[in-house]
Ligand binder design. Sequence first.
Ligand code: HEC
Length: 245
Amino acid sequence: MKYVIALLALLLPVAAYAQEEAVAKIFAKRCAECHGADLQKPKKGIKVTIPPDAKLVTPGKPDDSPLWKAIRSNEMPPDNPMPDQEKTVIYNWIKSMGEKPAEKPAAVPAPEPPKGNTLKAIGKFHVIVIHFPIALIFAAVFAEIWGRIRPGAWQDTAVSYCVYIGAIGAVMACSLGFLYGIGRNVGEHQLFGFMGASLFVATALARICYGRSWQFTTLLAVTALVIGYAAHLGGVLVHGSFLLL
Ligand code: HEC
């Protein structure tokens, strides 16, 4: 939407310029010989120019403008009346002068991102750090499934490694997320992010206390779902709703 308004804001002056060009051609062809700006003695002391003499044109009100009245009544130009198509150009030109560009929606300034202090600036690292715990939880899930199918020391170590490092990363990312969220409308992303980080820590504790166990596996699965949903909500905040779900 912002871009549409910006584009309109760019096109309006172009359209206005094209319109003035057309009007200038008509004036040059039909009026200049008697009312030209360069004439010493224009007819009736009237110079037909762009921008027009305030006595000849009331901006936005053709019917109050002597210039349009003279053209409408075929009084001007005196000998051969102006074709309707050219009359329309003049009429629209005067009409459009009433539109004040300042009142166009383009004048609405784009919302500024919240002004940052140091804490909020640090919070920006949330967007980078967050990828590590997300990747690690799914790496842990993958190694856990593998280990369930084909138990082995290697799979066990991989699960523990991913869960411990991931839990630390989740706490860091969550803390940074709270800083990053200051002054922003982040909705449920914050809630699910916090739940995900807490569950991640609980999963790491379960790993320490119970080792390879169904308690751990269940917690890991729930954590992965919550983190996945929080990540989806975060993705929506950054990229819009078309990603993932
Ligand atoms: C051939 C010469 C000639 C041309 C071409 C001509 N005018 Fe005039 N114009 C006159 C004369 C002469 C008068 C004075 C008429 C009068 O006082 O009755 C006049 C008067 C006017 C007036 C004042 C009318 C009024 O009622 O007081 C306007 C406005 C005007 N011209 C606009 C134009 C415009 C716009 C054009 C081009 C589209 C144009 N004229 C082309 C000769 C010309």
